[in-house]
Design a protein around this ligand. Structure first.
Ligand SMILES: *Cc1c(COP(=O)(O)O)cnc(C)c1O
Length: 332
């Protein structure tokens, strides 16, 4: 297993997470950007750090000086890294990424047939990898096709360790595992296959403070656009959490928070810094200004918020704002 800690560890803090994973024995990390690799390199000297973006736009010497291993995605990457290797007059570590059907990053699968592929001799190939487009849909025909193409590539580069599966790819079964899996979302408790029950435990909890409680005594509305109608007898809590903190506006009037077994719907539009909860179902006095409400918690986790906002748990995590304080609780 390698851990994918790109995008600041899916929004949760790459360095803190990589530290915990390293303590658990993780030796290999994948990031997307060169700068993300540098940040990790300052913490870890002996660990492998692979940069998925490849070299594009970065001085290859900087990769080499910082001990970052580029994932070479296209012929230009190969050339740049081979050039650096010949300047150094030694082999340089690299991973090769082949496109087996996603048309996003990666060398065309046909390149592998070009046996005279000269620059390969300049590399110490750590992995040959590819990435699945539809792993979260287990019966999608592209999975079998990508697997077949990847197996063909694997035969051609005999002896080089192979890596194909992300979190959802792991769930597709052992044929997809090869020598190295690259889970990301599964490490952070997100369900890689939304159509099936999650086999994973949540790892984050998001709490936000109650700023004000309203006892409604006349008809009215709450929030921008007056989209949520208020009736006498309702109770509302204004929470210090908004879209600037990553609460997607798309969850306005659809998401809910769970407290004491009660569903507390988001009432009205989510604002930049605030949202309103309909707390009518809670006993009076249960929530007061200064109390904390579990917004992402238990069954009301990132998968459910993603469904409410019409997105995926990855987006829920990576949007969590910089203003949120992150506390890391060591594993028991
Ligand atoms: C992001 C990424 C992963 C991890 O994907 P998850 O779905 O989060 O497990 C693995 N490999 C590549 C190439 C990626 O870009």
């Amino acid at each position: 297993m390698a851990a994918v800690v790109k995008a600041n560890g899916y929004g949760l803090g790459a360095v803190a997470i990589a530290r915990a994973l390293a303590l658990a024995g993780c030796r290999r990390f994948f990031v997307s950007r060169f700068e993300e690799g540098l940040e990790l390199r300052q913490e870890f000297s002996g660990h492998d750090i692979f940069v998925l973006d490849g070299i594009a736009g970065i001085d290859p010497e900087e990769f080499q000086e910082n001990g970052l291993i580029p994932v070479l995605n296209h012929p230009g990457d190969l050339e740049a890294w081979a050039g650096e290797a010949s300047r150094q007059d030694r082999k340089l570590e690299a991973a090769l990424h082949f496109d087996t059907g996603m048309a996003r990053l990666g060398l065309p699968a046909s390149l592998i047939e070009v046996e005279h592929f000269d620059s390969l001799r300049r590399f110490e190939l750590r992995y040959v990898m590819s990435h699945l487009a539809c792993a979260d849909t287990s019966d999608h025909e592209l999975n079998a096709l990508q697997l077949m193409r990847f197996e063909t590539i694997g035969r051609a580069v005999k002896g080089v360790p192979l890596s194909l599966a992300n979190s959802a790819g792991i769930m597709l079964g052992p044929r997809f595992h090869f020598d190295l899996c690259r889970p990301g979302i599964a490490l952070y408790g997100g369900n890689p296959v939304p159509s099936a029950p999650s086999p994973l435990q949540p790892v984050i909890r998001l709490m936000a403070p109650v700023l004000q409680v309203h006892e409604i005594d006349r008809k009215g509305s709450t929030g921008y656009g007056a989209t949520f109608a208020l009736r006498p007898g309702m109770r509302l809590a204004t929470i210090g959490l908004g879209y600037a903190d990553g609460m997607l506006r798309a969850a306005s009037n659809v998401g809910h928070v769970e407290l004491d077994g009660e569903n507390l719907p988001i009432a009205g539009r989510i604002s930049m810094d605030l949202l309103s909860l309909d707390i009518t179902n809670l006993p009076a006095g249960r929530l007061r200004p200064g109390d904390w409400v579990p917004v992402i918690h238990g069954d009301c986790g990132i998968d459910r918020w993603a469904a409410a906002a019409g997105t995926i748990p990855y987006e829920i995590l990576t949007r969590l704002g910089t203003r949120l304080k992150r506390h890391y609780i060591p594993a028991a």
